[in-house]
Design a protein around this ligand. Sequence first.
Ligand code: ARG
Length: 267
Amino acid sequence: MLMKILMCPPDHYGIEYEINPWMKLENKSDRERALAQWNKLYQTIHACGAEISLIPPVNGCPDMTFTANAGLLYQNKIILSHFKYPQREVEAAHFEKWFKQAGFQVLNPVSEHEHSPFFEGAGDALTDGEFVYVGFGFRSDLSFYTQTSFFDQEKLVMCELVDPYFYHIDTCFCPLDKNLAIWYPNAFSAESQTLMQSKTHLIAVNEEEAKRFACNAVVIDKHVITPTGCPNLTNDLKALGYTVFACEMDEYLKAGGACKCLTLRLD
Ligand code: ARG
């Protein structure tokens, strides 16, 4: 069966506020380069055999192209995000509308819990098919996982993020398969590192490649799409039998995102 992915064209993408250490108002994004990089990623994902749906971009939502943060498909329902920053919370209604018209049952934390903790969707929740690794510390709150009724607690692995440059778990961790994942260990607290090591085998990336967002990769079976500038990870993956595709992502690094952030799994 084809893997299903949601993307959002970057028509209104830009650096219009600063909500993570990568974003600098003076470091604007180049519209044409951003569009070309997104198109290349789209084509690469398509060529790897995934089926891509598109949500129309909305003017005034410059980060909406990062669909990883729209929500999380979990047990056949969408858990909608409750964004930490108001600049992004405006996206939630657009994503909710799209998910509903596409036929998904949507759970909206904000309407279900009066003072809902924050949760930024698949940007902070990744599964390897067995466990769900969830990030907390910057954007999503630990209490979203422990105190709300959305998740099956047994399979959750709570991962504390400690470096503001790696503010979502998908910036520093990427499952490849059951029992195998890529990570940048320093992004996690010592306690979380130990916990994660007890759950899966981990391939570490160095600081330089981590800052190229090496871990922000799209995995489609044995194909891995990474940002360019990650030679060590590429070699490690090739040695394990993966085919690696590199996409230039520098326009998206300006916003603190790369390949994986521009996608959301819908199956
Ligand atoms: N500028 C966006 C933000 O700070 C980037 C989001 C990247 N998404 C991700 N899943 N890591 O929210």
